[in-house]
Design a binder for this molecule. Structure first.
Ligand SMILES: [Zn+2]
Length: 428
């Protein structure tokens, strides 16, 4: 680290060159003068701190000039032309939460449609777009569309007709390249972690992308012409906006992010026996993970110990890892003990989440607790999730009958087996 700081101080140009390489995924930057860079990707999130758990302050779009004024690990502190500062991730540009699939062009079909900062009418108004204007839609969520607007992005509510117009492709592309994100990445003979390694690659090694196989492996070619496979989760792919993530058709092909509610100093609800929700959510998630892994799924946990994880970091992980399903586990509690009971499946965006919610709830009906059905829930872990996501309240921890089950490992095994069956059906 010290060496790196020294190098930054003494070789700013070398550092910028490194930055160019690091910013490989989807973003190409052009140096205009010493420290000023121009973003050429569609949209990049600017966060309030150097990490995914920090909130997105704003988003910047193609053509925006930024000045890099510092760094912290893989994050760059930047100053925007309007003197605002923020942080951008160097490595995950192709994983930004804003859809990186091809943008659509839409025509505004009402006069003076307001553009909001966030997808709610109570947020700040950035301005209006007028009738018949074409806008580029970067993301859609229910009846809200996120559009490119001035030098940022904004949200409009309805008021759009999607046209059949060809998408605004920036008709690049130079051959796609894959860059290793860690040192020790193995170039393998076959697309499997059990296949023999032909080479161990250093961090920052650039390879030519050939194709994606088995959903999460890239066939690549090295500089000296050797062909092999690297795991997609340890590399970044440049020009990734051109690669559409096909949804898994089998549980064994799927990436499942499991989210144990609460943790650390956030203990969640408390039972009549002074035990905590956070303990049972973690135990349940571990059991589900075990069952899903047996079926070959790639399972990622937002926490696997009793530690605090911010609410924002949970959906961010789901978005970053392109989860095929995100499941958050909780236990309810009511104001008065022993007044409410049962299991609820929550969704936020019916388009994206309903199929998953129904598949899971159908199975949860077999649990020994009352089933309260599928319901809408405005939870941050669902709201900020761009992947199919649900939140399960697996019983009331302060209801003595529900709690009799909740405290039992047998109940958690039942939940796990039902969630696994549900996912098997969901991916069929
Ligand atoms: Zn909870």
């Amino acid at each position: 680290m010290e060496k790196l700081k020294w190098a930054l101080r003494h070789y700013p140009i070398a550092w910028l060159t490194g930055l160019l390489i690091l910013l490989a995924c989807g973003v190409t930057i052009i140096m205009t003068n010493s420290h000023s860079l121009t973003i050429t990707a569609n949209v990049v999130n600017v966060r309030s701190g150097p990490g995914l758990s920090y909130e997105t302050k704003r988003q910047i779009v193609q053509g925006t000039k930024i000045n890099v004024i510092g760094h912290d690990n893989d994050w760059y502190k930047i100053r925007l032309s309007d003197d605002q500062t923020g942080w951008v991730a160097s490595w995950l540009i192709h994983n930004t939460e804003v859809g990186t699939t091809t943008n659509k062009v839409a025509k505004v079909n009402k006069s003076s449609v307001p553009v909001y900062e966030y997808a709610r009418t109570s947020s700040d108004k950035l301005g209006t777009v007028s009738d018949a204007r074409n806008v580029t839609v970067v993301y859609q969520q229910g009846s809200w569309s996120q559009i490119l607007y001035k030098n940022t992005v904004g949200w409009i509510h309805q008021g759009l007709s999607l046209t059949d117009q060809a998408p605004t492709t920036k008709s690049n592309q130079t051959p796609k390249t894959v860059t290793t994100q860690l040192s020790g990445v193995k170039l393998r003979k076959k697309a499997s972690t059990s296949s023999a390694a032909m080479q161990t690659l250093k961090k920052g090694t650039t390879l030519t992308y050939i194709k994606t196989v088995k959903k999460e492996w890239y066939q690549v070619k090295t500089k000296n012409g050797q062909t092999g496979y690297v795991a997609s989760w340890v590399v970044s792919l440049m020009g990734a906006q051109d690669v559409t993530t096909t949804s898994a058709t089998k549980l064994s092909e799927a990436t499942i992010v499991l989210d144990a509610g609460h943790g650390g100093n956030d203990s969640g609800a408390i039972s009549g026996k002074n035990t905590y929700e956070k303990t049972y959510t973690l135990e349940t998630v571990k059991q589900i993970a075990k069952d899903l892994r047996k079926q070959g799924a790639r399972v990622i946990l937002t926490r696997d110990t009793d530690k605090y994880v911010s609410l924002a970091a949970r959906p961010a992980l789901s978005n970053k890892d392109k989860a095929d399903a995100f499941i958050s586990i909780h236990f309810d509690s009511s104001k008065t003990a022993d007044s409410l009971s049962g299991v609820t499946t929550y969704y936020y965006n019916s388009q994206k989440d309903m199929k998953l919610a129904k598949a899971i709830n159908t199975q949860l009906k077999g649990l020994p607790l009352a089933n309260k059905g599928v319901q809408y829930g405005d939870f941050q872990v669902l709201r900020q999730n761009h992947r199919p996501a649900v939140l399960l309240e697996c019983g009331y921890i302060n209801d003595s009958n529900d709690y009799k089950h909740i405290k039992q490992a047998a109940y958690r095994r039942e939940i796990a087996s039902k969630v696994t069956t549900a996912l098997e059906n969901y991916f069929k």
